[in-house]
Design a protein around this ligand. Sequence first.
Ligand code: GLU
Length: 424
Amino acid sequence: MLLEATPSVELEVNPWESAAHRFDEAAELLKLDDGIRKVLRLPTMELTVNIPVMLDDGRVEVFTGYRVQHSIARGPAKGGIRFAPDVSLDEVRALAAWMTWKCAVVNIPFGGGKGGVICEPQLLSESELERITRRYTAEICEFIGPERDVPAPDVNTNEQTMAWIMDTYSMHKRHTVTAVVTGKPLELGGSRGRPEATGRGCMIVTMEALKRFGLAPEDARVIIQGFGNVGGMAARLMTRRGFKITCIVEYDGAVYNPHGLDVEALMLYRRDTGSIRGFPEAEDVDKEEALLLPCEVLIPAARENVITSHNADRIRAKILCEGANGPTTFLADSILHDKKVFVIPDILANAGGVTVSYFEWVQDRGGYFWREDEVNTRLEEIMVASFNDVTGYSEKHAVHNRTAAYMLALDRVAYAIKKRGLYA
Ligand code: GLU
């Protein structure tokens, strides 16, 4: 079943539509078997839970949460859990499918999953968040596990959230099961290098892309949207490598310095004031306009639907490195392509996180932990090889990088389904 060729703009911002369009395009080009198309077009499992939680003031509130497993053909489902007020089943579905493709692009033995809870973390206390996390975990407990579905941090969740999930799951199983989640604190079976992994992966693929333009990091002005786990880490690591981070964009404003921002000072400023706005060594700029400033590299590392049919034609970057999941809508794809922007698609660009999650899972199961340089070397090997796989495929088949990444991934997942056969 193909979606309409020219969808309405309202559909543009539905992530599941974006995911489905790209899937259909790649499946068509691969001439993928009809049956396999049907299998992969829908998630294998979708769970909705309504969880009652006592708030600090004694009131009971019910929160809705989801866990979706898109595919388990290549291994256990893998993917984060996000806490946000606008989480929806369609968003979680899309994110779960993107995890399937992402794990296949970097060729690690996982399928794809995702979870989310509709809540406003900024308005909740630490103990309310703990109770939400534990009750949500208890409800999805039968469906997750080291061999089944392995959650990780995502938007508004962190290593503390993962420690609570690990503990709740372990209490149910009556023994400690560290490998049920990744992104845990180092002392509880976490991996060295995991907190920086997504940002480091973005930097590695950006450096590979720069080579194609004959540019060195020192020649590259970088705009980063998001200053959290992905954007903040990318900014910090890239500054150390000589990149010039000229603009940081956050949900409440943006700061710009054409000579390059002092990223460490900006982090301290934000810690002390609660915002990046008003940073003395930069100019405050409009957060929408910030994405359109001149630069060599643009890294959207926040949420979905940032580059759309409304602004794609005004993007001035040479390289778009998608640190977030789904920052570009399917309608923006062809505009960027016509402008010859070199797109490093999300399912490649931000795969550093899940790659080190894979290393964490391996270390937990083996009970033997690696040095940080071992983690980083192995991550770099995988990111560079995957970058070359995707760009090589794109050149060979004359398709853009995103389509190439999808085709490569679909092919690998389809192979697993075909070889395993149907259990009936
Ligand atoms: N939430 C991250 C992502 O979207 C990490 C997932 C994981 O490590 O399982 O890729």
